[in-house]
Design a protein around this ligand. Structure first.
Ligand SMILES: CCCCCCC/C=C/C(=O)SCCNC(=O)CCNC(=O)[C@H](O)C(C)(C)COP(=O)(O)OP(=O)(O)OC[C@H]1O[C@@H](n2cnc3c(N)ncnc32)[C@H](O)[C@@H]1OP(=O)(O)O
Length: 309
């Protein structure tokens, strides 16, 4: 029996073959991204930050922050998430989680080939959760640079299961991405940073033009008093804090990043990133100071620790 084209159809979503995509970026994109996640905003001569936006001390290439890799996945998704069988209200989409594995230092400019697949689809009743996996290869060398698993929380799109058992599909073992437990003790370090009222307007220039982050009317329909910050911008602030405080400015110490967006952030709010070190894992949570609410939590795995730590 063929299903109605306007229905949410998990089988059609599961069988969809995503086309390969390309993503090209230059040093200008890398610098614009770094500014979008607050690099050098408080101190334009900070030695740990300047190298991400400028050829500091005559370096040949500017360096790339690890969360820049998340942009490759957004560039690889079909416009408006128009997957056959996926019925949802785009105004109610929220970014739920981001998971990134980095296999090589990110070059300061590149042309990438992305392979894209469905990593998960879950019926949570009030929402559908969609996970997309993107593997990004350097087109010239063929080297695999990174993998992103991007999770969308589609409010109002749940309830599509055809049996009494809620539909849940995953292409990866759940235990491969451990859930994060925030330690009871005091954090090893806390980093405070201010987002600017214009933060989302600057960040969107890195490629996510969803009006949720810029249009007051759209934001109200989505349930917010005003436009909210991109989840990946908050993640960028948090991981930049970890690179500064724990990696002593070395972005290439980062091996993998996991983050769950727990609550929205309004541009202009102050972020407090709390970090605990457990071996080579940094567990972190980020709070909005003004509202005393946790907005993001996760972990960052490192290749090693900086000798000066
Ligand atoms: C394919 C990807 C496309 C991505 C496009 C990206 C576009 C960018 C958009 C943005 O940047 S939006 C801004 C950033 N995101 C946010 O601000 C979201 C902040 N989080 C929230 O507002 C809430 O956490 C929530 C997502 C609304 C969920 O809260 P709610 O109270 O409704 O959920 P629960 O009842 O606690 O849980 C229900 C169910 O869902 C699971 N779950 C909860 N939160 C998340 C999450 N963030 N990511 C993934 N899954 C989540 C939770 O575990 C429950 O499942 P069970 O445990 O019951 O199985």
């Amino acid at each position: 029996m063929s299903s109605d084209a306007s229905e949410f159809d998990p089988d059609r979503i599961e069988s969809y073959k995503f086309p390969e995509t390309t993503y090209t970026y230059s040093e200008r994109d890398v610098a614009l991204y770094a500014l979008g996640i607050g690099a050098c905003a408080r101190d334009a001569v900070d030695v740990d930050q300047l190298k991400f936006v400028y050829h500091d001390k005559g370096q040949k290439f500017i360096q790339v922050l690890p969360t820049f890799a998340a942009l490759f996945s957004l560039g690889s998704l079909p416009g408006g998430l128009g997957l056959p069988g996926l019925k949802y209200d785009p105004r109610l989409l929220l970014h739920g989680q981001q998971y990134i594995e980095l296999y090589k230092p990110l070059p300061s400019n590149a042309c990438l080939k992305n392979t894209v697949s469905l990593a998960g689809l879950h019926d949570k009743g009030k929402a559908a959760i969609l996970e997309i996996e993107t593997k990004s290869y350097d087109k010239d060398s063929g080297a695999l640079l990174c993998m992103n698993r991007t999770t969308a929380f589609l409010r109002g799109a749940g309830g599509f299961s055809k049996s009494s058992h809620p539909y849940s599909y995953s292409n990866y073992p759940k235990d491969k991405v451990p859930s994060v437990k925030i330690p009871k003790g005091q954090p090893f370090v806390v980093f405070e940073d201010c987002t600017q009222p214009s933060q989302a307007l600057l960040y969107r220039l890195s490629g996510d033009y969803n009006p949720l982050h810029s249009d007051p009317t759209f934001a109200k329909v989505a349930g917010f008093t005003r436009p909210i910050l991109h989840g990946l911008c908050t993640l960028g602030f948090s991981v930049r804090a970890i690179v500064k405080c724990i990696c002593r400015g070395d972005p290439n110490l980062v091996k993998c990043i996991s983050g769950r967006f727990l609550l929205h952030v309004y541009p202009g709010e102050t972020l407090l990133t709390e970090m605990w070190l457990e071996g080579l894992r940094v567990i972190y949570q980020t709070k909005v100071k003004e509202r005393s609410r946790t907005v993001l939590s996760g972990y960052v795995d490192l290749h090693g620790l900086s000798s000066s730590l």
